[in-house]
Structure formats: C-alpha cells, structure tokens
Write a protein that binds this ligand. Structure first.
Ligand SMILES: Nc1ncnc2c1ncn2[C@@H]1O[C@H](COP(=O)(O)OP(=O)(O)OP(=O)(O)O)[C@@H](O)[C@H]1O
Ligand SMILES: [Mg+2]
Length: 251
C-alpha cells in the first residue's frame, strides 16, 4: 500500500486563517497537478463545508470515522475542482474520535492530505500532530497569536514532526500595530515560509463559497498561496501569463 503525505495546518489561537490556508493550499496544489485532498478535522466546529458553500454532502468525516468506511468515499468534489472531505456541522456528531483518522488515511489510496484542525492545544490537536508527517504553522503578526503558535511548534518538534515553516497571515505591513517579519522569525527561530496579506478578496471568497485562488486569481493573497504551494512541493512558482500582462499594462 502506498504511503500518503499528511500535512497539517496548525496554529495555537483560533481564527488566524488555518481553514482559508488549508483550502487554498490544497487547491493550488491541485492546479499543480498534485492529487491533494483537504480534510476538515475540526469535528466540533466544522468550517470547511461552510466556507465552500456546501449545502449538503452525502458522507461526512464523522460518518467514515464511525463506520470505519473507506476514507476516500467521503471525498466531495467542489465546483472549484477541490477534493474535500467535509465534517458535519450536526450537533449530534461532535463526539467522533479523530485519532482513528490516521488508520483510515493509511488504508486509503490517497496521495497527499492537507488537514485543517480545530484551534487550541487539546487532545484532538495533539492527535492530529501525531498523525501528520509535516506541519505548517500559521500565525498572525501579533503577539498572542505568535506565542500560541510557538507553543504548537514546540509540541510538534517534541513529537519529532517535521515543521515545514511558519506562515504569517493577515499581514498589513503596518508596523505601528503589528510585529515585523524579522521579529517573528526571531521568535520562531526560522525563516517565514510565506506571508499572506490582509486581503478583502478572502472575505468575498467565503461569501461566494469559492476559494480565493479561483474567485480572485490575481489577488495578492492568491499569488502568495500559489507561491506557498509551490514551496511545499519543492517547485518554482510560475507567474500566470495574464498577471504578467496586467502588470505591463498597469505601468
Ligand atoms: N488573509 C486574510 N485576509 C483577510 N481576511 C482573512 C484572511 N485570512 C482569513 N481571513 C478571515 O479570517 C476568518 C477566519 O479565518 P479561518 O476560518 O481560516 O481561521 P481558522 O484559523 O481556521 O479559525 P478556527 O480556529 O476558528 O478554525 C475568515 O472568516 C476570514 O474572514
Ligand atoms: Mg478553521
């Protein structure tokens, strides 16, 4: 049986941009011909289905966990082309055991899984770190977020997990009210992997139920998510032709 690559998008604090990042990294990887599946592992406050505007889906992650079903039977293809395993938002399904996910991934024939976990450092998030091969740490450029993400990074390292790097999201580059990249790098002790700017297109994309890299393909956040995805697979980012043309005409 082939070994799948499992990458989890972790933070510490909630609301920092994990779900948005997981969705857009997975879709950018798919655009680069990688067979990526994004999994909503946030059993209690599931979000991916809502952000993607799914009205209903036949099987949820909780269903496959409960019935030990084939994991890939819960894959839904979003209209963007994204392969997604959503979690149910039903109150009756919040008691599912996420630690069983590892076995289901091992039994599946999947290539690459991007896991979107719940916030916090709980038993659930620790289990998700344990089942991952690699971790991407998400933080906002503010101290409470950085400190909590640092705690998560330390736990991941203690569990001998490979940390691919730190992604700063919602960066406004206003250094009178946010930390500078060099300060964030010095706290984490590693270079920043990507900086995703604060971008109105992201709110719009959630409103439209469409990942930003599809909804506003030339927005700053979309370009940074594509660059990040290229780094994850060790590829070089190729600027879309139309973007190069737009830059020429806007001079
Ligand atoms: N780069 C960005 N620019 C502007 N808004 C953003 C950006 N990234 C995320 N957001 C906003 O922040 C909100 C929270 O993002 P998201 O749901 O991805 O966070 P999360 O870390 O997954 O939260 P939770 O911990 O609750 O699961 C989104 O609804 C979106 O409106
Ligand atoms: Mg989330």
């Amino acid at each position: 049986m082939k070994k799948s690559r499992i990458i989890s998008i972790m933070s510490g604090k909630g609301g920092v941009g994990k779900t948005v990042s997981a969705i857009n990294i997975a879709l950018a990887l798919k655009e680069m011909n990688k067979d990526a599946v994004v999994i909503d592992a946030d059993i209690t406050t599931a979000n991916i289905g809502i952000q993607l505007g799914f009205k209903n889906f036949p099987i949820s992650l909780q269903d496959v966990l409960k019935k030990n079903k084939n994991l890939l039977s819960a894959v839904n293809i979003h209209k963007s082309g994204l392969k997604v395993i959503p979690a149910s938002i039903s109150l009756s399904k919040i008691n599912s055991n996420i630690s069983k996910l590892k076995k289901l991934i091992e039994k599946s024939d999947g290539d690459l899984f991007i896991i979107d976990p719940p916030p916090g450092l709980t038993t659930a998030t620790t289990n998700i770190i344990k089942m991952s091969d690699e971790i991407i740490i998400i933080t906002n450029p503010e101290l409470p977020s950085v400190i909590n993400s640092l705690k998560t990074m330390k736990l991941a390292k203690k569990l001998n997990k490979k940390v691919l790097g730190v992604v700063v999201t919602r960066s406004e580059k206003n250094f009178s009210r946010e930390l500078k990249p060099a300060e964030i790098e010095s706290v984490f002790g590693c270079p920043i992997l990507a900086e995703i700017p604060e971008d109105k297109s992201i709110k719009k994309s959630i409103f439209d139920g469409m990942p930003v890299i599809k909804n506003s393909p030339y927005s700053h956040s979309s370009i940074e998510y594509r660059k990040l995805a290229a780094k994850i697979i060790g590829d070089t980012y190729k600027q879309p032709k139309l973007l190069a043309l737009r830059r020429v005409f806007s001079r």
